[in-house]
Ligand binder design. Sequence first.
Ligand code: GLN
Length: 313
Amino acid sequence: GHLPEPDAVAGLVQAAWERYRPVTEGMVADYIPALAAASPDWFGLCVAGINGATHAAGEADRPFSIQSISKPFVFALVCQALGGGRARESIGVNATGLAFNSVMAIELNAGHTMNPMVNAGAIATTSLVPGRSHAEKWRFLLDGLSSFAGRSLAMDEEVYASEAATNQRNQGIARLLHGYGRMYCDPDEATDLYTRQCAVSVTARDLAVMGATLADGGVNPVTRERVLDADRCRRVLAVMATAGLYEQSGDWLYEIGLPGKSGVAGGIVTIAPGKGGLGIFSPPLDEAGNSVRGQLATRFLSERLGLNLFASA
Ligand code: GLN
């Protein structure tokens, strides 16, 4: 199936925005100091079909840092470069059921491998990025993320500097993984590249196009570039379903029935395979670090657009 008719999608996107705009729950993240400046009122959403058509409401073009939503796309780029089998052995794909920055997850998981949607697995993923120098690896990341968005993305220097000065916990995670033989380049280099990828600036519209690329087996619907092979694309959606919303991934799948990924700046990307992508931006977060309005609006649109993967009709 496809998305409903364009007018119906546009109407529902607008309805979701109006319905959840008054919500006041959630707290803007402040553990990365630069994120604390975000307004709790910012709210934008966008649906992109696999034909490239977009339907937006609210502040769909306001830039924010991608944060953890970089994880599935960087995992995709590493799978594309190394193969899905190698990625699974080196990184791991099981759910952690724990917070995004959990150190216990590293201790408890067999072989100390980790799902690429949580920090430990994501830093391990970034440590596999090909390149002979830090600059080459960063180019690979920025070019790859830009291919998913269909435009040249850039890093927000202020967010990067703010997180780099306060990310001792991620540095510790990278070194712990190193101790277990699960870091594949220098741990400090991997943490720096990971911090950079998290500071890349995107909009809800970008997230929708990036999601639609994963919905169409790896082909960007706007540029028609194949960014990822279809067999690898399926793997990316699988890890998103297991841990994309961290310890709330079960609740998310139960309510929404689609692979998704959140970030602490307030973004959420959701993929309806074969149909399209949904990008939402709203900074107030719940306890797990997932956008409150993002979850509500995604549930509404999944239901009204008939996207749940577990529905038989
Ligand atoms: N850069 C953030 C961190 O590593 C990303 C976390 C997130 O978005 N959940 O803490």
